[in-house]
Ligand binder design. Structure first.
Ligand code: FEO
Length: 670
């Protein structure tokens, strides 16, 4: 039975998943399967874009027949002749004898090599810049040599702005019913397999990928349809950014991948000691045993991380076989611009360090640490200092210490006196307002803050935030060691501030009923609406500020979400926070300037803490109501705004604060 999905009304996915394939291309394990994508365009002419691997030809032919609905097939656009996409081409050509093949000259040559069939009169040759009208759609052809074979080309449909990208932007993993990247949490759940796919399949050809990305940058793209993995119809720029990094051999993260090959455990023990020392110094490390983890995963990690440590025993007067395979694989994939440390082991003639260095030394931009460590059978007590020195050398680059500041001249010691500090000054700062989010033990937390600011501009950039200790999110940020900041914009509704600012994560799930669940690569949610940017941060230092905790953090991911202006703390007070309504009985009270909480009574205890936003008495305004006659009007049930009015509100009336209409107002007297 057919199994298809619509990309658009006139573009149908007719591909298939393969979950029984143990090794893609006979070498790359695919525990989550793989998809072979093929697409059928239904215009005045019908156009099939590529076919599939022979393993799934049955359902593919059913899909194609169903999607055609009895129409004949006019064109088959062939982007790539590798058999995972072209193995079924011969069958399709036999079954649809009127179909012409749209391809370039290199593809025509390979067609003849793979399928010695007579295609006279059935080839429509195209080259860079050619186009083909198939009715409403115009197809434009873009050559993409070496992404991943020399014959590869792409097609850009300038009508619906669809780019068919062949292998580019593909991923390992079956689709499992999903088709679009926005139907999954791609960056949390699928980025690793997309990276492993890219680095192992196309990673060697970074300059060629860059050349195609330059061409693509000139196109207005709404849909990206690759031959494996998900179709992109939103947030493609985020994935494109990863491609720009991978294809330029730029690390995504300043951290260490430590791969070791150990026969009897002594090299592994040394690797563990180094990893522990690195972690103590605040360096992020991921470790892999080359005899356990297939090389494709470690190659992918080597593309992700900035620093590589290889530790291996000597074997057959060379280097242990699994490490040798890995390093040849890394070299074959042309990895560049990495800092490498080596540890060799050998009981009588250690040579693995020399061999490892030789394998990698031809790669561009590879720099070796001078502190190469040689073990004789096992790490000797006296060599702990060498491990410490290597860990320190790496940490000095990856976990820079704060500079110690020495004043040239001792500053005058000015004593604090409260009367010398006008609290109104602090409302003159133009603070932004942000939603701080984090995640602990599978649960999401968030609160409003107005304390985020950049404090260092060198990479990785640093920001600080401070958080009221009584806020549950503050504790959770400490536990998680990382957080996201979503920068709020001026159109943010008061309800968003109420959701994240005026209730506690101890009592409620602040994310309940939100109609979005989006996360950055660190798995933490962010707020995609009423925000213009999100930053993902890793905490590097914490300071106790008595009532607040100050976090200093590296920005490890940051992206712009919109061009809307940022909401400042002043804008929030002037335009978003509802103007406070006097207490119904006109009682004397104290009103929290931060969240609007009303403490009724003439006297407020000095140690009082706002139960909603946790600010102290200093943030409360003492309100002594004037005695004046009550006024008729209407109160907004959404934001509390009171609109004086003797008669009926006009039919087109909208609340000046929250923009809700007359139906949300009820009569009131104030
Ligand atoms: Fe998916 Fe290069 O084939």
């Amino acid at each position: 039975m057919y199994c298809t999905r619509k990309v658009l009304d006139d573009l149908i996915w007719v591909g298939a998943d393969d979950r029984r394939l143990p090794f893609f291309e006979g070498v790359y394990g695919v525990p989550d399967g793989v998809s072979y994508n093929s697409y059928l365009m239904l215009d005045e002419k019908t156009v099939l874009f590529d076919t599939v691997d022979k393993a799934v030809y049955g359902v593919f032919l059913e899909n194609l027949a169903h999607a055609l609905g009895g129409r004949k097939l006019d064109y088959i656009v062939v982007h790539h002749m590798e058999p995972d996409h072209a193995a079924t081409l011969e069958l399709v050509l036999q079954r649809y004898p009127e179909a012409a093949v749209v391809c370039n000259a290199k593809i025509q040559t390979m067609l003849g090599q793979f399928f010695p069939m007579d295609l006279t009169g059935r080839i429509h040759l195209v080259k860079e810049g050619d186009s083909l009208s198939v009715g409403r759609h115009t197809l434009n052809f873009v050559m993409a040599p070496m992404v991943h074979w020399p014959e590869v080309m792409m097609t850009y449909d300038s009508t619906d702005k669809i780019l068919f990208t062949a292998d580019a932007f593909g991923s390992f993993g079956a689709l499992n019913g999903r088709l679009f990247a926005d139907e999954v949490d791609f960056f949390r759940d699928h980025l690793d397999e997309a990276r492993r796919y890219y680095t192992n399949i196309v990673g060697k050809y970074g300059p060629q990928v860059q050349a195609v990305l330059k061409k693509a940058a000139k196109l207005d793209i709404a849909y990206v349809c690759p031959l494996h993995g998900f179709v992109w119809r939103s947030h493609f720029g985020d994935f494109l950014e990863k491609y720009l990094l991978w294809s330029s051999y730029t690390p995504e993260e300043r951290s260490v991948v430590l791969a070791y090959a150990s026969v009897y455990g002594h090299t592994e023990n040394t690797a563990n000691i180094l990893a522990a020392k690195l972690c103590e110094k605040g360096v992020k490390v991921r470790m892999y045993d080359t005899s356990v983890t297939p090389a494709s995963y470690i190659v992918s990690e080597a593309f992700r991380c900035s620093h590589l440590v290889f530790a291996a025993t000597t074997y057959n007067a060379g280097v242990f076989v699994t490490m040798e395979n890995l390093l040849h694989d890394i070299a074959a994939h042309n990895l560049q611009n990495r800092k490498v440390a080596l540890i060799e082991n050998g009981s009588w003639a250690p040579t693995s360090g020399k061999v490892m260095q030789e394998i990698l030394s031809g790669l561009k931009g590879i720099e070796f640490y001078e502190n190469k460590i040689t073990l004789k059978s096992a790490l000797a007590e006296g060599q702990l200092a060498e491990i410490e020195a290597l860990a320190q050398a790496i940490a000095d680059e990856l976990a820079p210490k704060a500079a110690v500041v020495e004043f040239a001249e001792a500053p005058a010691n000015v004593e604090f006196k409260a009367e010398n500090v006008d609290n109104k000054v602090f409302s003159k700062f133009s603070y932004g307002v942000e939603v701080l989010t984090t995640r602990v033990d599978g649960r999401d937390y968030g609160c409003i803050i107005n304390t985020a600011g950049q404090v260092a501009s060198a990479d990785p950039k640093k920001i600080t935030i401070s958080c009221i200790k009584k806020n549950h999110t503050c504790d959770m940020v400490m536990k998680a060691g990382r957080f996201n900041i979503s920068i709020l914009t001026e159109d943010a509704p008061y309800s968003l501030f109420q959701r994240f600012g005026f209730q506690s994560g101890r009592d409620v799930d602040k994310f309940a009923d939100l109609d979005y669940d989006v996360r950055t690569s660190n798995g933490i949610r962010y707020i995609p609406q009423y925000t213009n940017a999100v930053l993902s941060c890793e905490i590097i230092d914490v300071k106790d500020l008595e009532t607040q905790t100050l976090y200093i953090a590296n920005v490890v991911e940051a992206k712009v979400l919109s061009s809307a202006p940022s909401c400042t703390y002043g804008y929030y007070h002037a335009h978003i926070k509802p103007k406070k309504n006097p207490a119904p009985e006109q009682k004397e009270c104290w009103v929290c300037k931060v969240c609007g909480y009303v403490f009724e009574g003439a006297e407020m205890p000095d140690d009082f803490t706002c139960p909603l936003c946790k600010h102290g008495k200093d943030e409360f305004e003492h309100v002594v109501p004037e005695v004046k006659p009550k006024q008729k009007g209407y109160v907004c049930s959404i934001c509390g705004h009171f609109e004086p009015c003797d008669g009926e509100l006009p039919a087109d009336y909208t609340c000046p604060l929250c923009k809700h209409g007359r139906e949300d107002f009820t009569p009131a007297e104030q």
